[in-house]
Design a protein. Structure first.
Length: 224
């Protein structure tokens, strides 16, 4: 485990079948991790698939209120928007509870866990000072995440992490190639965020779009 990870974690890496001390007893009146989050709750394509499907809204409609884009290392990514009157998540209700609990984004499901990607594998770590709730109890990570078809979900996350990491590195090394970077960003947004996913099989469709992105990158001379 590298030094930075060691500093923020409890020093262990967990698989999805492991038990970790993360259960905060239903938050008991706390909603601090849904407030003042700025642009940090970024959304991956599976999150957008879930939000658009469950709300019956298009991405464009979500962008009118609950979601916005931000730029991270040159990459344009969506995130949950804080409400305008008060810096809290747009989905936090009057009672301080998540109004989209059943289909909340991956980062919200994860908290206070973090993801570690290494050698094409995903493991988890506990962010040791992230959640102030006392006396947390142990829970199996797969149960904590509560995502159906976890194997496919984790495979998707590994591929998504690989693609975004590769694009970030490319952007950092080719900052002067503005036209190419703009073309990549437009394709990236269109393919993974702005084009609706079919109801049938998100993962199959994500694979198809990943292949299309790869062909596009190769056409620009950015092959893997
Ligand atoms: S900080 Fe911990 S206890 Fe508070 S809302 Fe977040 S997960 Fe729940
Ligand atoms: S989506 Fe739900 S869990 Fe996530 S920050 Fe918003 S209110 Fe909190």
């Amino acid at each position: 485990m590298d030094k930075d990870l060691l500093e923020i974690s409890d020093g262990k890496l967990y698989g999805n079948n492991d038990m970790a001390k993360v259960s905060c007893h239903d938050c008991a009146g706390c909603s601090s991790c849904c407030r003042d989050m700025g642009e940090s709750i970024w959304l991956d394509p599976y999150d957008i698939f879930q939000l658009t499907r469950n709300f019956g809204k298009t991405m464009e409609e979500l962008l009118a209120k609950e979601v916005e884009f931000h730029v991270e290392d040159g990459l344009i990514l969506p995130n949950i928007k804080m409400a305008e009157v008060e810096p809290k998540c747009s989905f936090l209700n009057e009672e301080g509870r998540c109004s989209i609990h059943a289909f909340r984004p991956g980062l919200c499901r994860l908290f206070p866990l973090g993801r570690n990607f290494e050698d094409g594998k995903l493991t988890y770590f506990v962010l040791k000072e992230a959640c102030p709730a006392p006396n947390k109890s142990k829970v199996k990570i797969s149960k904590w995440l509560g995502v159906p078809n976890l194997k496919s979900y984790e495979k998707f996350l590994v591929e998504w992490h690989g693609l975004t990491k590769r694009l970030r590195s490319y952007y950092a090394e080719h900052a002067e190639e503005e036209a190419v970077l703009k073309a990549i960003n437009m394709k990236f947004l269109q393919l993974f965020y702005l084009t609706a996913y079919s109801e049938d099989d998100f993962y199959q469709e994500f694979d198809k779009r990943t292949k299309e992105m790869e062909l596009f990158l190769c056409s620009l001379g950015v092959c893997q």
